[in-house]
Design a protein around this ligand. Structure first.
Ligand SMILES: O=C(CO)[C@H](O)[C@H](O)COP(=O)(O)O
Length: 230
């Protein structure tokens, strides 16, 4: 069922794309459904250019005939469309379940608008049930991990931090970094947590996307609803 909802949200977002747009194209299963919907419109004559947020998305979009470039070639975008792991009523997000958070955030930050596409299971009152991905450089991993744990302790948050993929074969992002997933349950002050995490040397970025999304299409049993940040 959730796949059907993801498809409905993705197809609704594809309707918002108009000819001439410079698009950021997200990563994940919902974003992939958007890529398919966009490719159908491109085949019908829609003229757009896209910047993918991962190598995975680049391969799919290019195989479906969507014209692509890089953010270096096109540093200003009109619209990014991407999935999310969680969204709240302010359209604060947790992203990075697919490991593409850094490029996703850079691309969303370069875009005038960001539309989130999701099934209704992703809507939450408070962010944090989904583990927060924190992207770190491999050098000094243990020291960086300790510094993150210190911040979590200081903020009264649970100190559960897992290296994605495990120590034997850590997951590597497109940028060659590791991901630490923080199981926090309830993030009551995402702004402070975001600021404190990025201030740690060794932390590249984290999956809190604050004040980036301008609209969401959330699909569920009642159809696709439009959510604007409160
Ligand atoms: O942030 C992401 C990838 O880094 C995805 O947008 C997020 O994980 C949602 O994925 P899906 O659409 O497969 O549920």
């Amino acid at each position: 069922m959730s796949d059907q909802f993801k498809k409905q949200a993705a197809e609704r977002a594809a309707e918002d794309v108009t000819s001439g747009m410079r698009l950021g194209i997200g990563t994940g299963s919902t974003a992939e459904l958007f890529v398919h919907a966009l490719a159908r419109r491109v085949a019908d004559g829609l003229n757009v250019i896209g910047v993918p947020t991962s190598e995975r998305t680049r391969e799919l979009a290019s195989s479906l005939g969507i014209r692509l470039t890089t953010l270096d070639e096109l540093p200003e975008l009109d619209l990014t469309i991407d999935g999310a792991d969680e969204l709240d009523a302010h359209l604060a997000l947790i992203k990075g379940g697919g490991g593409a958070l850094l490029r996703e955030k850079i691309v969303a930050g370069a875009s005038a608008e960001m539309i989130v596409i999701a099934d209704s299971s992703k809507e939450v009152a408070t962010l944090g049930k989904f583990p927060l991905p924190i992207e770190v450089v491999p050098f000094g991993l243990k020291a960086t991990r300790r510094a993150i744990l210190h911040v979590l302790e200081d903020m009264g948050l649970p100190q559960n931090l897992d290296l994605r993929g495990g120590a034997e074969q850590p997951f590597l992002t497109d940028g060659g970094h590791y991901i630490l997933d923080a199981c926090l349950q309830e993030i009551t002050d995402p702004g402070t947590l975001a600021d404190r995490l990025v201030a740690i040397p060794g932390v590249v970025d984290h999956g809190l996307f604050l004040e980036l999304a301008t609209k969401a299409y959330v699909a569920g049993t009642d159809g696709v609803k439009t959510v604007l940040p409160i």
